[in-house]
Ligand binder design. Structure first.
Ligand code: ATP
Ligand code: MN
Length: 463
């Protein structure tokens, strides 16, 4: 008998067809004439209702074993469902319990569990409605990301996870070493002797694939990365992970305006794709997690993103009739409260802030003619704040060398990066998008730890 996914049966199954499904029991109801078992195989939010007739062989033992969490294989015939809210159900002819469950100890009981509790059972939480929906949306978004770039001729490149360069000089690096930490080799001056470590120099987990993406853009024009990045974030926030996935497109022969256009097209494409691929899951988020999810999605699709310069954004914040925890003046970095005020309260839709003060941005961002700002842009969205950070890169050798010096970085470490400006340099631009922030934004999930299967954060690395 043909083995089918439950989503396919719920959408396309017709009465009298035979079908075989495999999955896990969500609930069981024993009635006098029949028993009902809801089976879920992860393909959809909705379960398939299986009807068990007492005529089935070993009916009593069977029903006893069909506890929440048990894995089953069921064959039977599809019948029209008299129950409300479902079109079709499966009348079982054979039921095999593959793996039983001790219902005394199974942690996922029928009641609602808090997300905090579910994080302590990350090995089982994907069997809940919410986490199931999250990971289906995450999958649909990953697929859409590749389609978006592939349709536009971008080359998917794989940048290294282990690196010797710290990209922005941001102090959030996680070190990688092969030393026996109880006996670290020292130089005569008692400094750590990295020349004897695995790579012969300090090594880290990457915080961004951007510099390497620039290398590849200088050969292929348009490229993108989609891979894990690591930051030793010491703050416990609902928007930061120590390991997260980043999407980083990089485009040669492109300026900041082209970069902003790509970011906007990209977000629109993604929302559209997720709404198409996961309508039930999105409806679920809208009902149960965050009532604004569908409205925000529509909002993204229908409206152009507002574009305001950093200087204008500061003026808007200064005019706001409210006090911020972090005071606003030209030159400060925008805090989450500022970003959310602009996106959520003032405009009620995404906006792109561009031309930031050079002092709060990375050395590789292109210096504007005013010498005070750089061609950087952040996409800010309601509820989350910054979701994308990007820039036009400094393509002029002399300016870049000066900026590296001013940032206190080591010119020698960037010799290959500087070479790109020596040999066939061209204006280019790109951005970085935190994938989990995007999934949070799409689903309305409050905590970033609930949109990645196995979150890594301070003191959190079980599973
Ligand atoms: P934030 O100010 O929120 O810490 P950032 O300025 O450090 O962000 P970038 O260095 O521009 O962020 O990184 C690019 C994108 O990666 C961000 O726009 C965000 O979506 C995402 N991001 C950054 N840090 C994290 C993190 N610790 N966990 C998850 N996503 C992150
Ligand atoms: Mn950060």
């Amino acid at each position: 008998m043909e083995q089918r996914r439950i989503i396919q049966i719920l959408r396309h199954g017709v009465p009298d067809e035979t079908a075989c499904v495999r999955g896990w029991v969500r609930t069981k109801r024993e009635l006098k004439q029949f028993s009902f078992v809801e089976v879920n195989d992860g393909s959809s939010l909705a379960n398939l209702q299986v009807v068990l007739d007492p005529e089935l062989p070993d009916y009593d033992t069977l029903v006893k074993c069909l506890n929440t969490g048990a894995s089953v294989e069921v064959s039977g015939t599809l019948v029209e469902s008299p129950a409300k809210g479902q079109r079709i159900e499966l009348k079982a002819t054979t039921v095999t319990v593959c793996g039983e469950v001790d219902s005394e100890t199974y942690p996922l009981q029928k009641k609602r569990h808090s997300f905090e509790f579910l994080r302590t059972i990350a090995h089982l939480r994907s069997r809940t409605n919410t986490l199931g929906a999250v990971f289906r949306v995450r999958n649909a978004a990953s697929d859409a990301i590749h389609r978006f770039f592939q349709e536009r001729g971008f080359l998917w490149i794989h940048t290294p996870i282990l690196t010797a360069s710290d990209c922005e000089g941001a102090g959030e690096l996680l070190s990688v070493t092969h030393f026996d930490l109880a006996d670290v080799p020292r130089t005569e001056a008692q400094a750590v002797d990295y020349s004897r470590d695995f790579f012969g120099k300090p090594a880290y987990l990457t915080v961004s694939g951007q510099l390497e993406a620039e290398v590849m853009a200088m050969a292929f024009g348009n490229v993108y990365t989609f891979g894990p990045t690591f930051r030793a974030e010491n703050s416990n926030t609902s928007r930061h992970l120590a390991e997260f996935w980043m999407i980083e497109p990089e485009m040669a022969f492109c300026d900041l305006a082209g970069d902003m256009d790509l970011a906007e097209d990209f977000l629109k494409y993604l929302f559209n794709a997720v709404l198409e691929a996961c309508p039930e899951d999105m409806e679920f988020f809208n009902q149960r997690i965050d009532k604004g999810v569908l409205e925000r999605a529509e909002n993204i699709l229908r409206h152009d993103f507002e574009r305001v310069s950093y200087t204008e954004a500061i003026e808007l914040l200064e005019k706001a009739d409210r006090t911020f925890e972090f005071p606003v003046e030209w030159g400060v970095d925008l805090q989450s409260e500022h970003e959310r005020y602009l996106a959520e309260e003032l405009l009620g839709k995404p906006l792109i802030v561009y031309n930031y003060p050079r002092n709060i941005k990375a050395f590789y961002m292109r210096l504007n003619d005013d010498e005070k700002t750089v061609a950087a842009m952040d996409v800010l969205v309601p509820k989350i704040g910054e979701i994308i950070g990007g820039s036009q890169r400094e393509e002029r050798l002399d300016v870049l060398e000066r900026r590296i010096r001013e940032s206190g970085l080591n010119r020698e470490d960037y010799w290959w990066y500087l070479d790109l400006r020596r040999y066939g340099s061209v204006s280019h631009a790109g951005f970085g998008l935190g994938f989990e922030r995007l999934v949070q934004f799409v689903t309305g999930m409050a905590n970033i730890r609930d949109v990645i299967p196995f979150p890594r954060a301070p003191l959190t690395i079980d599973f």
